[in-house]
Design a protein around this ligand. Structure first.
Ligand SMILES: NC(=O)c1ccc[n+]([C@@H]2O[C@H](COP(=O)([O-])OP(=O)(O)OC[C@H]3O[C@@H](n4cnc5c(N)ncnc54)[C@H](O)[C@@H]3O)[C@@H](O)[C@H]2O)c1
Length: 254
């Protein structure tokens, strides 16, 4: 084994969703630096181009897709495989709709978050893992949970937290299903990271309280969370599956 962070990633095709987002962008940067062939996915091409507008990220292919459209997943996997057999999926895409009062949550709020965070995650992970299984060379699936899977969510995020709890269970179940094919399935559970998902519409007092309760005394930079995903895709994580990796600065300890 080569002792570099990106061990095992040179030339591997890895699909990264939510790649125009704060953490997804840094996952793309980490994987490109490790030598992977990255296929970056997000809702809109202009946002992808803006997020990945750096000379060192020019090799990352960009595909616009709405992951709530389950019927389009097969086409997305096929498009990714134009770069070669799929080895990895790092699935960062998610939505959070904050509602201060539980009474204010609408059915549309529920559906919007469940469709992307839970339903979309299941069908995309399955499509990706099935492609890896067919290719026959093992693989890596990394999902994204949240500390909300454990706390139930702060700042009006109970539906989001519910989906992220589901992601933990799903990750464990898929790890059992795909382990015999040499495909690992793990989740990253970030604490507070400096992205628009965290900071948009969040009451400053809630953020201050969470930061006070974090032993490292600050929120994470997106790259500090992305590093955990790059690790889980690398060969250094070859015997880790079904885990939920807590990247919270000690906000929670498990
Ligand atoms: N930032 C945090 O503090 C934090 C904390 C816990 C968990 N997370 C999780 O980390 C992951 C990355 O979050 P982030 O902070 O980078 O968020 P972000 O909002 O910056 O990025 C999310 C990206 O997902 C994309 N996306 C949303 N719906 C999509 C769809 N239907 N199809 C395709 N793309 C879609 C968005 O366009 C966006 O670019 C998410 O799963 C999030 O739940 C983040």
């Amino acid at each position: 084994m080569a002792w570099s962070l990106g061990a095992g990633l040179d030339g591997r095709v890895v699909l990264v969703t939510g790649a125009a987002g704060g953490i997804g962008r840094e996952v793309v940067a980490g994987l490109v630096a490790a030598g992977a062939q990255v296929v970056a996915v997000d809702l809109h091409r202009p946002a992808l181009d803006a997020a990945l507008d750096a000379p060192e990220l020019a090799t990352a292919r960009r595909i616009a897709a709405d992951l709530a459209d389950i019927g389009a997943h097969a086409q997305l996997i096929a498009a990714a495989q134009e770069s070669g057999p799929l080895y990895g999926l790092v699935h960062c895409a998610a939505v959070l709709r904050r509602r201060a009062q539980v009474a204010d949550i609408t059915e549309d709020d529920w559906d919007a978050q469940v469709d992307v965070n839970l339903k979309g995650t299941f069908f995309l992970c399955r499509a990706a893992a099935d492609a890896m299984r067919t290719a026959g060379h093992g693989g890596r699936v990394v999902t994204f949970s949240s500390q909300g899977w454990w706390t139930g969510g702060y700042g009006g995020s109970v539906v989001y937290a519910t989906t992220k709890g589901g992601v933990v269970s799903m990750t464990r179940g898929l790890a059992r299903a795909y382990g015999p094919d040499g495909i690992t399935v793990n989740a990253v559970a970030p604490g507070q990271a400096r992205t628009s998902m965290l900071l948009d519409d969040l009451d400053e007092r809630v953020l201050a309280t969470m930061t006070e309760q974090t032993p490292l005394g600050r929120i994470a930079e997106p790259a500090e969370v992305a590093a955990a995903a790059v690790f889980l895709v690398s060969s250094h994580a070859s015997f880790i599956t079904g885990t939920t990796l807590n990247v919270s600065g000690g906000f929670l300890m498990y």
